[in-house]
Design a protein around this ligand. Structure first.
Ligand SMILES: [Zn+2]
Ligand SMILES: [Zn+2]
Length: 184
């Protein structure tokens, strides 16, 4: 198990943790949370973004409604082929110039293909804490629970958690040895 550092604790002190044991995943039947979190991690491997690989799945009544990973829109050049100027720029730091980014986020790609009626009350599993822009969409779509794995940026994550919880959305962190997003 990972031991959280102090900063990590501050960001997630009021978040319920779901621990995943990798050897358990390999040898025994996973819980629903372990199962869906692992699928979100696998989905992240399809990302074409040069900076991060993020995966997201939307689940309702234990059924997967949609999957998404981050990357440039269909019909455009992949981010790793230069399709997103912002991602390929060395000047952009985490969370900056997102309005110039051509990469759709994993949550956006997952939410885009589900009707609002189906999104209402659904759970979202995402390998990285949602950004503020995705957070607004998550709230507006009626998602009722967000399970994330890795933190994004401490100062932004605090705002995101606060926003989601104030809107009655349950936030949990799934942490353990499941493969998570990779930062480039
Ligand atoms: Zn990108
Ligand atoms: Zn986002």
């Amino acid at each position: 198990m990972n031991t959280p550092n102090t900063k990590d604790n501050q960001d997630t002190e009021n978040i319920e943790l779901i621990e995943i044991a990798s050897n358990q995943l390999l040898t025994s039947r996973p819980s629903w949370d372990e199962y869906f979190a692992t699928i979100a991690s696998l989905t992240s491997k399809r990302s074409n973004c040069i900076r991060r690989h993020v995966g997201c799945i939307i689940v309702k009544n234990k059924r997967i409604l949609s999957l998404g990973y981050n990357g440039t829109p269909r019909g455009t050049r992949n981010c790793f082929e230069g399709g997103c100027v912002r991602c390929n720029s060395t000047n952009s730091t985490t969370g900056s110039n997102l309005d110039l980014c051509m990469c759709l986020h994993a949550e956006e790609n997952a939410m885009l293909f589900v009707s609002q009626r189906d999104l209402e009350g659904a759970d979202m599993y995402v390998t990285l804490m949602p950004c503020i822009s995705c957070t607004k969409k998550i709230i507006q779509c009626g998602i009722s629970r967000v399970v994330y794995m890795d933190n994004y940026a401490p100062e932004l994550d605090t705002v995101t958690i606060d926003c989601l919880q104030k809107c009655g959305i349950k936030v949990e962190r799934c942490r353990g040895s499941a493969p998570s997003s990779v930062m480039y």
